[in-house]
Design a protein. Structure first.
Length: 148
């Protein structure tokens, strides 16, 4: 499987709610940057995506404009979802969010995957206003000021 195929498979696994499959694409020391206000290690990254897809089962990255160069794969994503179930806590000190029925559309951002030995070692979401987990919470009516 190429790095491009692996990156696509990782996002598809998240969209299907198959977080064990997503985790298998990650190196043990993988990190995720930009989705939340702090750097997440593998277990926290998997937990956050599990929470997102539990509360928003129709989560989609709507990934396009894929590109691959060396050990890096990138894409443009514009995540969309509808919160139809309880959203487990996404950040420390943020309680679960009861189902709102609200549709969320995050701004288009770049996501980049970095590879070593056929595993994803780093996922970087471009930091854009209204994006990431804080953007999701904001669109659900939850305004927080988060300090990592």
């Amino acid at each position: 499987m190429t790095s491009l195929d692996t990156a696509k498979a990782a996002l598809c696994a998240i969209e299907r709610g198959e977080l064990d499959a997503f985790a298998r694409h990650l190196a043990d020391d993988a990190v995720c940057v930009g989705l939340v206000p702090h750097v997440m290690k593998k277990a926290e990254c998997v937990r956050v995506f599990h929470a997102l897809t539990a509360g928003m089962p129709d989560w989609s990255f709507n990934a396009e404009l894929w590109e691959s160069e060396g050990d890096r794969v990138g894409a443009a994503v514009e995540a969309t979802a509808t919160q139809t179930a309880v959203l487990p806590p996404l950040l420390p000190s943020v309680p679960p969010v009861l189902a709102t029925g609200r549709h969320v559309r995050l701004p288009t951002t770049r996501v980049e995957f970095y590879f070593h030995d056929d595993k994803i070692v780093r996922i970087v979401f471009q930091n854009v206003p209204g994006g990431g987990v804080l953007g999701v919470l904001g669109q659900l009516g939850i305004q927080i000021h988060y300090a990592a």
